[in-house]
Design a protein around this ligand. Structure first.
Ligand code: B12
Ligand code: SF4
Length: 481
């Protein structure tokens, strides 16, 4: 039995872009979900994993598979459906899973034979069995299992050519921020894989540089942080010699032992969601966690820096509490906190989030010709109607923000500091140039949105948007902070 697992072409990263600029090489990341799925697949299936962002294929010339599995972030949905229709025309059944198919199951079912919602571990064997017997059900509901059930991902199945390998050690996030899909998809309970499995998987990854994809590698409680320390100790003991970057919350700064172990285990950079430079903004997105203990972000970032770990900070532009000037305000905050890299994104109502529900209720979802408009849901385009900004204004805010933080003068100043402090100067420089280049690419692409631009009117002058699809109910809704 032959199975193709496909990560569809993504408008944000692509082979074409990689060829256009070598900095884009750092934007193509492994579709880890498909590698986990391959790990769950019994040996009688011959599995091929295809990542269209690195490797476009001529499917007609390939052997006909017995089943195709497609994953998709929301921005990839259009291409996912195109692929599904292509294979179904050839008589091949198609099953779709991942974050978009889970949030928009009814929409996906218009294009594929079956949808797996949520995590696949509890249902994938049944899906394969049903496919073999020609009796695929329309939907399969994945549960939040104990993570001992997560197999070692099949890293051997993807070609070389990625800058980073990837691995997952925990799932779930208790914080449930309004704009984020993680708590509704993976649950609010923090679950972690057995440390021995994680070490075994680290060893099977060929790349020296690794993205630890956990939404929060260290968690939010003392027990979570203890487990993180145990993992770092095991990594040190195993002598892995990998360099890795991770996502964490700012509480990483509060524990010197944790920081020291992380650095010794190979941590080079930490991606932290600061989200907003204002208290109103943090309340608005539900990230009150960042306000706890009257935290001084500059001191926290300095503590992380002391261990040679770079800090990437993410901020959102377009909150209802944001006023004109927010772009420069964010750039100034990022400089004041001492961040090495700034990742500013537009407030985007992703399906399945509390923000989506709110904006839909308020008729504020402007890019709403689905599925075509899903390609704009990369967080790099304005897709909603913003309270204090027209689209022209919000694009100007973004340009002002990136223009200030990524001016050559600022990049060189940060580079000089990372050389003096011996904080991975080369990584700092490559990341800065890559982000600088990305923001210039984004600015260039704004002009390609004439249709969307015509919808970019302030709320009071717009007509009601159409909402042609029904979304699946979300399993968990309540905030926990
Ligand atoms: C790693 C990661 C990235 C990486 C790598 C992405 C990649 N190529 O996989 C990077 C940093 C590049 C990235 C970028 C972005 N990301 Co991201 N990312 C993640 C993150 C943290 C982990 C994904 C992961 O690897 N999980 C581990 C694997 C094992 O889990 P999984 O993919 O969910 O797969 C399981 C199931 O979903 C299922 N499954 C998945 N596919 C399939 C297919 C079939 C057939 C079946 C049966 C089952 C199945 O089975 C798997 C095992 O249970 C998630 C958050 C999260 N927890 O999921 C956000 C997340 C996926 N990202 C998100 C976003 C918004 C983005 C960006 C648009 C943001 C930005 N502009 O920076 C970009 C755009 C990327 C793009 N390609 O469009 C959103 C997506 C929401 C949405 N509706 O699309 C998420 C959910 C986070 C959030 N804040 O809500 N991301
Ligand atoms: S802290 Fe917020 S943004 Fe980060 S994963 Fe958890 S819910 Fe999502």
């Amino acid at each position: 039995m032959r199975l193709y697992l496909i990560n569809p072409y993504n408008p944000l990263v692509s082979l074409a872009n990689v060829k256009e600029s070598r900095w884009n090489h750092f934007r193509v990341w492994k579709p880890l979900g498909l590698l986990v799925l391959a790990g769950l697949t019994p040996p009688e299936w011959d599995v091929t994993v295809i990542d269209e962002n690195l490797d476009r294929r001529d499917y007609e010339s390939m052997p006909k598979p017995d089943l195709v599995g497609i994953t998709a972030f929301t921005s990839q949905a259009g291409r996912a459906y195109e692929l599904a229709e292509e294979f179904r025309r050839r008589g091949v059944p198609v099953v779709m899973g991942g974050i978009h198919a889970t949030a928009c199951t009814d929409e996906a079912l218009e294009h594929v034979n079956a949808v797996v919602t949520g995590e696949a571990e509890s249902v994938w064997a049944t899906v394969l069995d049903d496919a073999r017997q020609g009796r695929l059900q329309k939907t399969y509901t994945g549960e939040h299992l104990d993570l001992a059930e997560v197999p070692v991902a099949r890293h051997d199945l993807l070609a070389k050519g990625y800058a980073f390998g990837s691995i997952q050690t925990t799932r779930g996030c208790p914080l449930n921020c309004s704009f984020c899909s993680v708590s509704s998809f993976n649950g609010t309970r923090y679950r972690h894989r057995p440390i021995a499995n994680v070490i075994e998987e680290f060893r099977s990854i060929r790349e020296k540089w690794i993205l630890v994809v956990d939404d929060n590698l260290i968690g939010t409680t003392a027990a979570h942080m203890e487990r993180a320390k145990e993992l770092f100790r095991a990594m040190i003991q195993a002598g892995l010699r990998k360099k890795w970057i991770c996502q964490v919350t700012i509480n990483m700064a509060d524990d010197d032992e944790l920081l020291s172990l992380a650095a010794r285990a190979g941590c080079v950079g930490a991606f932290i969601g600061f989200e907003s430079p204002t208290a109103e903004g943090l309340h608005e997105v539900g990230k009150k966690f960042n306000l706890l203990k009257g935290r001084d972000f500059r001191t926290s970032v300095a503590r992380i820096h002391r261990h040679g770990i770079l800090v990437v900070g993410s901020f959102i532009i377009g909150l209802d509490s944001d006023k004109p000037g927010i772009g420069l305000q964010i750039a100034a905050a990022a400089e004041q906190y001492g961040l090495d890299i700034l990742n500013a994104l537009f407030l985007t109502p992703l399906p399945g989030t509390r923000l989506w529900d709110q904006m839909e209720r308020q008729d504020r979802i402007a890019a709403n010709d689905f599925p075509a408009d899903w390609r704009y849901y990369t967080l790099n385009f304005p897709t909603a109607r913003y309270k204090h900004f027209s689209w022209k204004q919000i694009l100007e805010e973004m340009n002002a923000c990136d223009g200030k933080f990524y001016s050559w003068r600022s990049v060189i100043r940060r580079l000089a500091e990372s050389i003096i402090r011996r904080r991975h100067p080369l990584v700092s420089l490559i990341s800065s140039i890559s982000y600088r280049n990305n923001s210039r690419l984004s600015i260039g692409s704004y002009d390609q949105l004439p249709v969307l631009h015509s919808r970019a009117k302030p709320p009071e002058t717009t007509t009601s948007p159409k909402t042609p699809i029904r979304f699946s109910p979300r399993p968990e809704k309540s905030g926990v902070v």
